[in-house]
Design a binder for this molecule. Structure first.
Ligand code: SAH
Length: 218
């Protein structure tokens, strides 16, 4: 759970409220726990200093190393599709700034997150620790292989666009587990895909079009 100090007001409180109302609720996200998390997590602390005043804009932002923090709506939408609850364990591929991991950490029991850029893995682990999260574990590595040691996962969220769904991530999905991943060519529009494991079988649905940074391999 997040550091209670964060419940105190900061100068972006209103910007966060407006973000949730205009960008997220008006577009149909309803899950109360997710809306609460989006109102609470200080997104401005997840972006570089020069972007602090744009942190609550309706867009992704650069976080260095050619990577981006996703648009707030996309974070909320992907989280809702994953159906979080406090009994669940989630795996995220692509920690980036750690923002999506923080939103997940507010809505599930435990979050594992893997990041392929070592500096981002280190910076986001430090940031989340300073914010008081004790239910997020981050490691540097290639998320293609998932994280077998802590599997199976009820939720797998991939925040980089792959050309195919990595097999190990499907294997590490729990029964009734949900995997959300953007699929498509890098630098093109990709499709957000949901996989649900039911009786060991995979049900696939196509959700919407998105644009993510490419899924890399070590
Ligand atoms: N979820 C992030 C968004 C980060 S953008 C946030 O909330 O800020 C996608 C991230 O995926 C980038 O940081 C990129 O370095 C990382 N990435 C790309 N391919 C990866 C891979 N194979 N394994 C782990 N991380 C990967």
């Amino acid at each position: 759970m997040i550091n209670p100090d964060l419940d105190q007001k900061d100068r972006f409180q209103e910007a966060r409220e407006t973000m949730v109302r205009v960008q997220i609720m008006d577009r149909g996200v309803k899950d109360e726990a997710i809306l609460k998390a989006m109102r609470k997590v200080p997104r401005h602390l997840f972006v570089p200093d020069e972007y602090v005043n744009e942190a609550y804009y309706d867009s992704p932002l650069p976080i260095g190393y050619n990577q981006t923090i996703s648009q707030p709506y996309i974070v909320a939408y992907m989280t809702e599709v994953a159906k979080p609850d406090l009994s669940k364990t989630a795996l995220e591929i692509g920690t980036g700034s750690g923002y999506q991991a923080a939103i997940l950490a507010e809505t599930v029991k435990k979050v594992y997150s893997i990041e392929i850029v070592p500096e981002l893995a280190r910076e986001s682990a430090e940031r989340l620790k300073n914010l008081g999260y004790d239910n997020i574990v981050i490691k540097y590595g290639d998320g293609y292989q998932g994280w077998k040691e802590f599997s199976p996962f009820d939720i797998v969220i991939v925040t980089a666009a792959a050309e195919q769904i990595p097999g190990p991530l499907i294997e590490q999905l729990a029964e009734n587990g949900r995997l959300v991943i953007p699929i498509g060519e890098p630098s093109a529009v990709q499709e957000l895909i949901l996989l649900v494991k039911k009786n060991g079988k995979i049900e696939k649905s196509r959700l919407t079009f998105v644009r993510f940074v490419p899924f890399k391999r070590l």
